[in-house]
Each structure stands twice: as structure tokens, then as C-alpha cells.
Design a protein around this ligand. Sequence first.
Ligand code: 5GP
Length: 179
Amino acid sequence: MKEVTILDKTFIKYIPDEEINAAVDRIAAQINHDYQDEPPLILITLNGAIVFAVDLLKELTISAQITCVKVSSYQGTESTNHIKNLIGLTDDVRGRRVLIVEDIVDTGRTYKYLWDMLQEAGVSDLRIATMTLKPDAYKLDLPVHYVGFSIPNKFVVGRGLDYDGYGRQLRDIYQLKID
Ligand code: 5GP
């Protein structure tokens, strides 16, 4: 499928399945190497990161544990300044290494929110693995440790990323078509 239509918008294929799988393998190899001495608690951000996280987990050889949080800052195709904490942290993370798994880092507001929350909760070490990063929109000094793809500042769907709740199941990543 070169194009998909979701609700009122058309999206063009941008990153094919095989390239995403290769990026998953590359990141998994880095994580397996970096965490071999002390495995992390993997913190998956619902809903978007589910697909990337499952792909990644299947390639991990370290004995990581997982947990989930749900925060939301997007409406339609626009980021909002306000972050809602819909499902909070349920695990005791004090003194633990935590690896956040994200589908996308855009402005970094969500990452900063999680960073502050986890530092406050006393993590010993905090890193992030994200399938995609928008460097032109990213406004923070915080390091982004594992990145699948650096992408332009355009709205994307697929591989867990949605447009108003749809499109998460697409294997490839699609970019909003602007006529
Ligand atoms: P940030 O807080 O970094 O600005 O945005 C992070 C969240 O915004 C992501 O977890 C995701 O839910 C949403 N988001 C940002 N850019 C996109 C995009 O291009 N496509 C989709 N589907 N969601 C995005």
C-alpha cells in the first residue's frame, strides 16, 4: 500500500516494514550490550509504544522486566502543552535502572514529564529508546539514547502511531500527505 486514507487524511508510505525491523534489531543489540550487567525495568508508554516495545522485547536477551504508563499530549495531529497522566507508575523504581520505550519523541514534553516523574521517584539511571525522533521539533537538552529513525517534522502514522486512534496496526510508517 503506497497510500492509506484514515478519516479525513491521506498518508504516503515513508518507512517500510523491513527498515523498521532492521532498526529494531540494531537498537535491541545495543540494549543487550549496554544492560548486560544490570537489566533495566522497561517502561512502555501506552498506547503508541506497544508495537515497537513488543518488537523490541522479542529481540532482547537480557532479563528485563516491563511496566506501563499512559500519558497523553496529542489531539488529532497537534501536540498540546498539557500532558495528562492517565495511568501512573505502579512499580517501585527507587534505585533501579529504567529504560523508557517510546514510539516517537516530538517536542520532548512527554519525555521531560516522564524524566521528572522518574527522577523524583529515585531511579538510579534513566534512558530512552524511541522508534522515531523529530530533531527539528525536539526542544530539550536531555539525551535521547536509542533512536530508530530521525524524521522530519511531519505527522506520521503506523507501527503503533495513530491518527485519532486509527492506523496503529499498519506495518509500515506513513507520512501525512500535504497537497
Ligand atoms: P512530545 O511530547 O514529544 O511532543 O510528543 C510525544 C507524543 O506525541 C507521542 O508519544 C505521540 O503520542 C504524539 N506524537 C508526536 N508526533 C506524532 C506524530 O507524528 N504522529 C503521531 N501519530 N503521534 C505523534
